[in-house]
Design a protein around this ligand. Structure first.
Ligand SMILES: C=C(O[C@@H]1C=C(C(=O)O)C=C[C@H]1O)C(=O)O
Length: 303
């Protein structure tokens, strides 16, 4: 602490006093919880609240906020990065998977195979998974179904289409409801784990999201780039070290058994944007551009 010679108040000289907080667009699903640890738990929570203001929503809404400048940082679908200018990636953090991911599903009506699908309802909360889905249909299943954007409601989606893509908490809950739905409707649905399908076919990890920052967000009155990277890496590591606490916390908030949450947060989701993930990311962008799902392959610019 540094005492102001005027005798009025104390200034924390560890980080220079900031007058502008960066607006952080976060995703309100359970899967980002480890990345959010420091932002939601002391001892860092109060300090971070001086540098960042959190607004939570769906992935596609995070992307929209970052693109329009309503937010400065976003946990954004990697597809949105290819559709935006003036953004940099925060190195080291990801929502990814090295095998099966559990919460990214292509749900097929009884008797329908991916190769015979005519219509697919796509969750409007998603930008990345729907792009992976377009790639898989174009290149792997060699099929050109009609895609229909819809809100995440499995029954409504399957009433309107042969198959549905759902992500995040609604997908976790749909899996938990599987047996009950079958008893309720008498229909046996097929639930394909899209990250597992992608891994088996492409040989690379699946990357859903990373933290991206608007380059124009920084100024003399904000956190520095270096401090921001340190804040996000520290939070990720603290979260990974508190996995069991997160399981206990979230077991009270979402109707998913503890054992499933534990598996989900410690094995299904991979939180480190490492070299294998970057290879998967480059392949995703290349394939997406090749089949017209994204306009081009973006250069990966890091903070
Ligand atoms: C693993 C997930 O990844 C999410 C899927 C996204 C997408 O499809 O656009 C974006 C962000 C991720 O949080 C999930 O939410 O289930």
């Amino acid at each position: 602490m540094w005492r102001n010679p005027s005798g009025r108040g104390l200034v924390d000289w560890g980080v220079s006093p900031l007058s502008r907080k960066l607006i952080l667009a976060a995703i309100d699903f359970v899967n980002p919880a480890p990345l959010m640890w420091d932002f939601e738990h002391e001892p860092r929570k109060s300090e971070l609240a001086e540098r960042y203001e959190i607004v939570s929503s769906t992935p596609s809404e995070c992307a929209r906020r970052l693109k329009t400048g309503e937010a400065d940082i976003g946990l954004v679908p990697v597809a949105s990065y290819a559709l935006s200018e003036g953004q940099s990636i925060v190195p080291g953090c990801a929502i990814a998977s090295l095998h099966d991911i559990r919460s990214l599903l292509l749900v097929l009506r009884s008797g329908i195979e991916p190769e015979s699908v005519k219509t697919v309802a796509l969750d409007t909360a998603s930008m990345t998974t729907v792009t992976y889905t377009r790639i898989l249909f174009a290149k792997y299943w060699k099929r050109q179904p009609e895609f229909v954007p819809m809100a995440a409601n499995l029954d409504a989606m399957l009433a309107a289409a042969d198959a549905a893509v759902v992500i995040g908490d609604p997908a976790l809950l749909a899996l938990e409801d599987r047996a009950a739905r079958e008893a309720r409707t008498g229909e046996r649905l097929e639930y394909l784990d899209l990250a597992q399908v992608w891994r088996a076919w492409s040989g690379t990890p699946w990357i859903s999201a990373f933290w991206a920052v608007r380059d124009a967000a920084f100024g003399p009155d904000t956190v520095t780039r270096e401090q921001l990277v340190e804040d996000f890496l520290h939070s990720r590591d603290a979260g990974l070290g508190h996995a069991e606490d997160l399981v206990q916390e979230w077991a009270g908030r979402i109707a998913v058994p503890e054992s499933v949450l534990r598996e989900y947060l410690t094995r299904n989701i991979h939180y480190v944007l490492d070299e294998a993930c970057l290879e998967g990311l480059r392949l995703f962008y290349r394939y997406a551009a090749e089949c017209g799902a994204l306009p081009g392959v973006p250069a990966l610019r890091f903070l």
